[in-house]
Design a protein around this ligand. Structure first.
Ligand code: AMP
Length: 546
């Protein structure tokens, strides 16, 4: 019998687009809640309607497919609505880091050719300073959470009013999966911010891989449908590391906290029974330092730390409070997640100290992510736990380049690998350990000293709250490491530089640090400067401490 053959046009060419992430949660968890701080809560069913209302509202205001919408907001249910509605319409979501300087924000909006701005009223003072220099924006929408905003700016609509007057159905199209969905700007040490961008296909594949890596394997800190999710990474920072898409796909309860105030965040964790979050180390540090932390039961809270090395001292302090913690790795250019420092199944019953050494590593690659370490000529280095070089990556979700920056894109992508600018090694178990940013490497007497290793050791001193190691010029050695330290409140004025040096030296004597790596100088600071996404700002430290 002849085989039935199909016309090429008959089968459905399934596009990997953001719209497709919604069917499962809407079927399985329509009544699960999405919560905005202590202001608002609704269900996935309401969320679906509001996505359609937002798309209708934006269409009425003239937004067309391919155009870019820049959003300034705290972590909120409205931001989540924009994460879906804007790309699902075929437009591009630009998430704006409102902690950058007004000049950098102006540059990013002009460079991305944003046509529309959606802005929380709290950020109007920024907009007021740049609005006359915005070259492409035609329409402004304001979110007035409290009262009508006190501004002379002319808005086409208020967010809630726009939704209230819009229909709750929208024919979201089947887009080409390679349609650009999101963009945002990342700041380097010099020059203008650079735009990275991601397609629907990339975001969908990233979502699936992160969901698989976080939920499917028998390991620590699993993130699943019955978890309660609260981001502690701003939604402007690499889509809150992509987890809002994962949480939505899983149909998990979601809690968006608004501005990050430590006491309020702890209250939300308690009240909403939050079980899964992710953040940079400084945010966790801020919560653990909060005077009320001991009144909150954190024993059901799982936290993925990324954006910077998870110091062992911080991991220990968190575990002491019952928090399940591990590190992860990625960067703006990589969507971002590439690695998670989750233990393999057979490591789960390892003793505490040994397990701790696994979960503070940079991590092993998640499905479909490839990570290698290369020498200066891009030769792959062995996974022997020693050979150190630049970290290079491949996966389906890496940015194709920097928007309208061919030269910088060529530097990023060489020989088919995305070059991270990070230095590290991979061990025989396949775990990556980042030792530095190339730009932060300290070279003493021709030898590399890892600033992250130094900080990791320093974090284990009982008096140390935060530490940052930088290289300072030295006549004899070229450069020497210098350690900057903030002390815990109880230890202020009670610890000397000599004691800190003796502590570091002990690790060197035990072979855990190279002897030449022990810093000679220790500088106390009340507060270590941070970047716009809460990382130690070594650029500022290098110029302010010598
Ligand atoms: P960003 O583009 O702001 O997300 O920053 C990405 C950079 O953060 C990476 O290139 C690393 O230098 C750093 N980073 C992220 N995760 C880790 C980690 N687990 N350990 C050390 N550095 C990290």
């Amino acid at each position: 019998m002849a085989e039935k053959s199909y016309h090429p046009g008959e089968n459905y060419r399934y596009p990997l687009i953001i719209k497709k992430l919604l069917a499962t949660p809407l079927r399985d968890s329509p009544d699960r809640e999405i919560v905005y701080s202590d202001r608002h809560r609704y269900t996935y069913k309401d969320f679906e309607k509001r996505i359609a209302m937002l798309a209708n509202g934006l269409t009425t205001l003239g937004l067309r497919p391919g155009e870019t919408v820049a959003v300034f907001d705290y972590d909120s249910h409205r931001y989540l609505e924009c994460f879906f509605a804007v790309p699902m319409m075929g437009a591009v979501l630009q998430t704006v880091n409102w902690r950058l300087s007004a000049d950098q924000i102006r540059y990013a909006l002009n460079h991305a050719e944003a046509k529309m701005v959606i802005i929380h009223a709290d950020f109007l003072p920024i907009l007021e300073t740049i609005i006359d220099h915005l070259e492409t924006v035609k329409t402004y929408v304001v979110t007035a959470e409290n009262n009508p905003p006190d501004t002379k700016l002319n808005f086409a609509a208020e967010y809630e009013e726009l939704l209230q007057s819009a229909a709750s159905h929208y024919p979201f199209p089947d887009l080409d999966e390679n349609t650009k969905a999101t963009t945002f700007y990342t700041t380097g040490t010099t020059g203008n911010p650079k735009g990275v961008y991601f397609s629907h296909r990339q975001l969908v594949l990233h979502t699936f891989s992160v969901a698989l890596a976080s939920g499917a394997y028998d390991t620590l800190a699993r993130f699943r449908s019955n978890d309660v999710y609260m981001p502690l990474t701003p939604m402007f920072h690499v889509h809150a590391w992509g987890f809002p898409y994962v949480a939505t796909l899983l149909g998990a309860k979601q809690v968006y906290p608004g501005p990050y105030e430590p006491q309020k965040l702890l209250q939300l964790i308690q009240r909403e029974k939050v079980t899964y979050s992710h953040c940079v180390p400084t945010i966790l540090q801020m919560l653990l330092n909060c005077p009320t932390v001991n009144t909150v039961d954190l024993s059901h809270w799982k936290v993925t730390i990324g954006g910077a090395r998870l110091p062992k001292g911080l991991a220990k302090a968190a575990r002491k409070l019952g928090v399940t913690i591990h590190a992860g790795y990625g960067m703006s250019e990589t969507c971002p997640v590439m690695c998670a420092a989750t233990p393999k199944e057979r490591m789960l019953d390892w003793p505490e100290e040994r397990l701790l050494d696994v979960i503070i590593k940079t991590g092993k690659s998640i499905p479909l992510a490839e990570i290698e370490v290369v020498d200066a000529k891009d030769n792959l280095l062995p996974h022997d736990g020693q050979s150190t070089g630049e970290v290079v990556m491949r996966s389906p979700w890496l940015t194709a380049g920097y928007f309208k920056e061919p030269e910088k894109s060529k530097e990023l992508w060489r020989n088919g690998w995305l070059h991270s600018g990070d230095v590290g090694y991979i061990d025989a178990e396949g775990y990556l350990q980042i030792t530095d940013r190339i730009k932060d490497v300290i070279k003493s007497g021709g030898e590399w000293v890892s600033s992250l290793d130094l900080e990791n050791v320093m974090s284990q001193h009982e008096a140390v709250l935060e530490s940052a190691a930088i290289g300072v010029p030295d006549e004899k050695w070229g450069e020497r490491p210098l350690m900057i330290v903030t002390l815990k409140p109880d230890f202020q004025g009670k610890v000397s530089p000599e004691e800190l040096k003796a502590f570091m030296k002990k690790f060197a004597d035990e072979g855990k640090l190279p002897k030449y790596g022990v810093p000679d100088r220790y500088v106390f600071m009340d507060h270590i400067p941070k970047t716009s996404v809460g990382k130690l700002d070594k650029k500022v430290l290098r110029t302010s401490v010598q």
